[in-house]
Design a protein around this ligand. Structure first.
Ligand SMILES: [Zn+2]
Length: 388
């Protein structure tokens, strides 16, 4: 009996090895025949903040006078993504980015901590972000946004706080990374607010950044030629984000191991014309990333949540906002109610791993899709803040 058992055990080992061998051959064969790498060397996550389908649709009508006119609407893989938070059907940007980059939904207001966090009161379990995985694996990393660099979507990639409004604490996390040497390129707006917050907390940000090998910029025209570790905080959101993205990709690409980059373009449409103009900027960023990226780059576009904007009128050939200007309080072509909404948002993707973007998924599925695209597995139990 024992000999038979041994044989069985041995046979099952041989069978497993054989299955593994056949599987790897199949994977390699697939790669060769399709001339596409199985794994992604780079992942670029582009987030249209509040860029749900209604905002994208209005942006297409406004800029191209036709539906489906955006470049991002040509991406080969799409899915509809539930954007809800752990504690609410309608998410804010904090819980939104946390789910996307950690794989776990959390409470509104909380950044990359589990839902045992109480907003503004109590820390929860630390959730490791895809950026931290990338740092651990020796990749270069970047976080870019046209809103303040400590606002929720950017901060959720590199900080773990129980309230998104804790600006100084968020900067402390930037300066004391939990993985690798932390974010290599951080570019965004909000300079005055951030400088005020760190000053009040007794942090000499310029000196601290210099110690960690960063160049610290205040002017877009200077940051756009930077070629190393960079923190750039601009006074306003009116800078050329696509130009900064081009330069950052050039910088991050120097790492042969690859990179992770998150780019946020805010497209909140409460200020309608500004919001719709930003849809064009967002679309330009998606286009230049997709057209410039090699076959080994997974590019994912998604919104973190939708927004209450509705197209209710207009026709081909007629400027979309004309109907709003002439309506005089009657029925405008576009109706905007200032608020996030809870319906599914678009995810669109291209590159290795993009095939998993289909059907109905949830915001916290994207983390696993990105991790698998790199060929990594989830590691280590999450640590409590007290153990940092
Ligand atoms: Zn948002």
């Amino acid at each position: 009996m024992s000999a038979l058992k041994l044989d069985k055990a041995r046979m099952s080992v041989i069978a497993s090895v054989l299955v593994l061998f056949i599987f790897s051959c199949g994977a390699l064969g697939g790669a060769n025949s399709a001339q596409q790498p199985v794994r992604a060397r780079n992942v670029v996550l582009i987030i249209g903040d509040a860029g749900g389908i209604p905002a994208l649709h209005a942006g297409s009508l406004y800029h191209h006078n036709k539906p489906n006119g955006l470049f991002l609407q040509t991406l080969p893989q799409i899915a509809l993504m539930d954007s809800s938070a752990a504690d609410a059907w309608v998410t804010d940007s904090a819980a939104g980015i946390s789910a996307i980059v950690t794989g776990q939904k959390t409470n509104n207001g909380v950044l990359s901590q589990a839902p045992n966090a109480v907003r503004g009161k109590q820390d929860g379990t630390i959730l490791k972000t895809i950026l931290e995985y990338a740092e651990e694996h020796g990749l270069s990393t970047g976080v870019m946004t046209n809103v303040p660099a400590t606002d929720a979507t950017a901060a959720g990639c590199y900080a773990h706080v129980n309230d998104r409004s804790q600006t100084a604490e968020i900067i402390k996390h930037l300066l004391a990374p939990r993985a690798g040497d932390g974010v290599d390129v951080l570019i965004g707006a909000g300079r005055q607010r951030i400088m005020d917050a760190v000053q009040a907390a007794g942090i000499d940000l310029g000196a601290e950044l210099q110690k960690r090998g960063y160049r610290f910029y205040a002017k877009p025209e200077e940051a756009v030629t930077s070629n190393g570790r960079t923190v750039a905080l601009f006074d306003t959101m009116d800078f050329d984000l696509p130009a900064q993205v081009t330069n950052t990709v050039k910088t991050l690409s120097r790492n042969p191991k690859g990179y992770f980059l998150m780019v946020e373009c805010d497209v909140h449409t409460d200020k309608l014309k500004i919001g719709l103009d930003h849809v064009a900027v967002l679309d330009q960023i998606v286009r230049q990333i997709v057209e410039g990226a090699g076959e080994d780059t997974l590019v994912i576009f998604c919104a973190d949540h939708s927004f209450d904007i509705r197209v209710r009128g207009g026709k081909p050939g007629q400027p979309l906002l004309e109907g709003n200007e002439s309506a005089g309080g009657a029925k405008p072509f576009i109706r905007v109610d200032n608020g996030h909404t809870g319906e599914q948002v678009l995810v669109a993707a291209k590159g290795p791993g993009a095939e998993k973007i289909h059907g109905f998924i949830a915001n916290n599925d994207l983390f696993g899709i990105m991790l698998a695209a790199y060929g990594w597995k989830p590691s280590e139990a999450p640590k409590e803040i007290s153990q940092r």
